[in-house]
Write a protein that binds this ligand. Structure first.
Ligand SMILES: Cc1cc2nc3c(=O)[nH]c(=O)nc-3n(C[C@H](O)[C@H](O)[C@H](O)COP(=O)(O)O)c2cc1C
Length: 153
């Protein structure tokens, strides 16, 4: 599995007055009708704890090919140590969830199910809003994997 390549995403969320977000490779479309998307979040990440604090939705961003700075920030740093949102440009999107300015393609999805899968929790999303402002290639896992994850895996 380590030799597979796939696009990178950044998932953000908000709950209980907190914001969170992390780089995600374990994510995929999962159903056409109804439309569903799966995002797997490690149970160690701060993003997981904010999701557990009552988050109802997530914003999933396609990471553009030239957005290496966001890969380093959201994959290499943990919100337990610093506020990532002070180090990047963003605006409040659906439900107050941060939408990253440098990721023009994104969608927001309601969390309709949560499935524990080993050390990750799969969040089943029902997309309800989004923008398609970037049509280039996504940042690939083959380039992102040199980043040391900000949180223990
Ligand atoms: C290439 C790469 C892929 C990653 N994929 C995932 C993933 O699919 N799910 C996840 O929860 N964390 C993944 N991570 C780890 C988190 O992005 C990382 O630990 C982050 O610092 C956690 O931030 P947080 O503690 O603020 O949530 C990945 C990291 C890298 C470098």
């Amino acid at each position: 599995m380590g030799s597979l390549d796939y696009p990178m995403f950044i998932a953000t969320t908000a709950a209980a007055g907190e914001r969170a977000g992390c780089l995600v490779g374990f994510a995929t479309q999962a159903s056409i009708d109804p439309p569903r998307f799966l995002v797997c979040i490690s149970d160690k990440n701060r993003t997981h704890r904010v999701l557990e604090a009552g988050a109802e939705a997530m914003v999933v961003h396609v990471v553009p090919r030239d957005a290496g700075h966001l890969v380093e920030l959201f994959g290499g740093e943990t919100g337990d140590d610093e506020d990532k949102f002070e180090r990047c440009a963003w605006t409040k999107g659906p439900g107050g969830i941060p939408v990253l300015d440098d990721c023009p393609s994104w969608f927001a999805g309601r969390i309709v199910d949560r499935l524990p899968l080993g050390d990750h929790i799969a969040h089943v999303l029902d997309p309800f809003d989004g923008r398609a402002g970037y049509d280039g290639p996504a940042f690939p896992f083959s380039r992102a994997k040199r980043v040391e994850p900000g949180h223990e895996a």
